[in-house]
Design a protein around this ligand. Structure first.
Ligand code: SF4
Length: 320
């Protein structure tokens, strides 16, 4: 029997869940086709297709979908509501399959499925099993694919906690830090900071300035939860909570010389997280803090200048 192909955009939750999708579908006998890494042509296509109001990462996702048309039998468009209990993903993820259908007149067969881990102790395992059954696979094979997929995800997350970067693990990007001078916390949605095109290679730029980066994905979740208790109420956005808790944790870490937050222009959750970080971190004044907002109009020269100024300022503080 001919192997069917499933296309997965290398965007949005790719940086969080790809090892799970990849192993799950391959175990069920599909060939997984990943969209290429983001480039200008893809972004331009995404901007043409998407409505103006959506954030930059969603426009990039559109570009990835466009790059997979005609290349796959199925397109996987998960409807992500939540990946853990009582914690939610931004509503844009819920509407993603509808937005893509509305803006593309011709798509491969779409595999759409809702993942709502907020309702169950075992997170998205139940929804994953339901997806396998919906695709017509026998229960035993689905269970095995789920177990293997979840193990792959756990191993990936463990590697990140041990200091690895999603770009290195998923995309084999070699990260070089020249003459390491100090470490800074680099916080933001993974699809902003780990996508070299979207972030204008921010991790590499910092590495060239002698700065090693620590991201939210490198920090243990218990430490994140503990640090986030400074807030009177837990943020209900999964990524917002992780970013804020990581910032507060890094603020207390002696080996961290400063914190950078990267937000998307037009992102509701980011605007609130950025405001919280500004208030708390600037008020405490323990670490230099840089807030950056990016979108398709951000100039690379401006970003370089701000990064260089921030790194110089930290270097001067260290000398004085
Ligand atoms: S959290 Fe912000 S950047 Fe991410 S998809 Fe939602 S609106 Fe876009």
């Amino acid at each position: 029997m001919e192997t069917k192909t499933i296309g997965i955009p290398r965007a949005l939750f790719y940086y969080y869940l790809f090892p799970l999708w990849d192993v799950f579908f391959r175990e069920l006998g599909y060939q997984v086709i990943l969209a290429p890494t983001t480039d200008k042509r893809m972004v331009d296509l995404g901007i043409q297709k998407a409505v103006d109001e959506v954030c930059y990462p969603v426009k990039i996702y559109y570009g990835h979908v466009a790059s997979l048309l005609d290349k796959v039998d199925y397109l996987f468009l998960p409807r992500l509501i939540s990946i853990q209990r009582k914690s939610y993903i931004c509503p844009k993820f819920m509407g993603l399959p509808d937005m893509i259908r509305a803006n593309f007149s011709r798509l491969p067969a779409v595999i759409e499925h809702t993942f709502d881990g907020s309702r169950r102790k075992q997170g998205i395992k139940y929804d994953l099993e339901q997806l396998g059954l919906k695709l017509g696979h026998e229960p035993g094979a689905v269970k095995r694919a789920c177990v293997k997929g979840l193990i792959a995800l756990e191993e990936y997350q463990k590697a990140l906690k041990q200091g690895q970067n999603p770009m290195t693990v998923l995309d084999s990007v070699k990260l070089v830090c020249r003459e390491k001078r100090f470490k800074v916390g680099l916080l933001g949605h993974g699809y902003n900071i780990y996508d070299p095109y979207a972030s204008m290679n921010i991790i590499e730029k910092l590495g060239k300035l002698g700065v090693e980066t620590v991201t939210a994905e490198n920090i243990d979740e218990k430490a994140v939860d503990q640090a986030a208790k400074v807030l009177p109420k837990r943020l209900f956005w999964t990524l917002g909570h992780r970013i804020v808790g990581s910032a507060f944790h890094l603020e207390q870490s002696e080996d961290i010389a400063g914190i950078i937050h990267v937000a998307s222009f037009g992102c509701g959750p980011d605007s609130m997280v950025a405001e919280l970080l500004e208030r708390f971190l600037r008020r405490n004044g323990q670490k230099p803090f840089l807030s950056l907002t990016i979108d398709e109009h951000t100039g690379e020269a401006g970003l370089d200048t701000r990064l260089e100024a921030f790194v110089d300022m930290i270097a001067r503080r260290k000398i004085s």
